[in-house]
Write a protein that binds this ligand. Sequence first.
Ligand SMILES: Cc1ncc(COP(=O)(O)O)c(C=O)c1O
Length: 381
Amino acid sequence: MIYLDHAATAYPRHPGVSEAMLKALEVAGSVGRGGHQGAQSASAIVASCREKLGHLMGASDANRISLFPSSTLALSTLIADLAQRSDSQAEIWMGKLEHNAVWRPAVRAFGDDRVRFLPTDEDGVIDVSQLKSLDMSRAAGVVVQHASNVTGVLQPVEEVGAWCLQLGIPMIVDGAQAAGLVPFSVERCPGLKAYTMAGHKHLGGPPGIGPCYLAHDYEPEPLWIGGNGIDSEHPSVPASGPGRFESGTPNLPGIAGLDAALNFFEDHPVSERFQKAVKIRQAWRDMIQEIPGVVIPGESGTAPRTPVIAIHVPGHSADQLSAELDVRIGVRCRSGLQCAPLAHQHLGTLEAGGTLRIAPGEETDGETRELVCATLAKLIL
Ligand SMILES: Cc1ncc(COP(=O)(O)O)c(C=O)c1O
């Protein structure tokens, strides 16, 4: 098997994940439910995971990180809250490569005609020089992704955040494709009010955990509330802190798995990891673009990127190419729209049904790269 689907989920998970998950199933108690030893052990795992995430992402107070069941649920919560705190004329602004985890909740909460797009270049990178000329008088918030799950391109989130800060508009960053791979400090990013992550991608953990950082002065309304073991006599959840967003019995095995996955970063600093990833991407890109008939859309500029490469082969279906690569040499990669129709619309690959996405990881060697590219070349001859 040749795994080239790291943008979907980490494989293999970071060391120790499966063992930690199994061990968590043996814990005789639930997070925050009572003071007995089992409940305390469960709560200690959650506290440890939060602490490691805070350390990794540059949050000095780990209690500003809440563990949602997915980054989708965190984004849905944040976007619904933006609509709720604004009037019926308010607009939401976003990039042009956003994932459906942003676009769909935005359309539902604001309506299609009040979803506005920031100006970008042809690769979909936000054009910071044009921001000043926008009429942001009705803006309830700005949501931008950190890294694209279609082309890997990074957005200038610090510059966009500085502009949002000047205007007093909250900026939410979808960090699903960046957290754990792209060096970033949530407290150093101006204007950042929330940063959402996916535990099962570059953080190396299992699915089912979507950590979300909230700035110290940002308290969105939770989308769901219920029991959390805190202040149970009150009709509502706490006004701040993770207890506001973690109602319902937490996914302890998932959190324990993520807690174990985060140990990986002790010996693998994110900055080193990213440098390696840039080289891996470059090597793949150089080889892919030599294949006659292949187009790599959205690559005209020099913006930094994660190892995600979109391949379009005019006259060939991406789904069929992906299936053939799997049958012939066991390649696992994702074809189609990758839940990001906006990105494909911008790149001009929507009508073709999307692209073939190559998302290699650190374990993929040069021989594998040659085999995949040679097989792809034969398929499209
Ligand atoms: C850019 C981006 N945002 C959000 C998500 C949603 O993440 P999840 O499915 O873990 O909720 C993904 C998942 O692929 C993604 O790539």
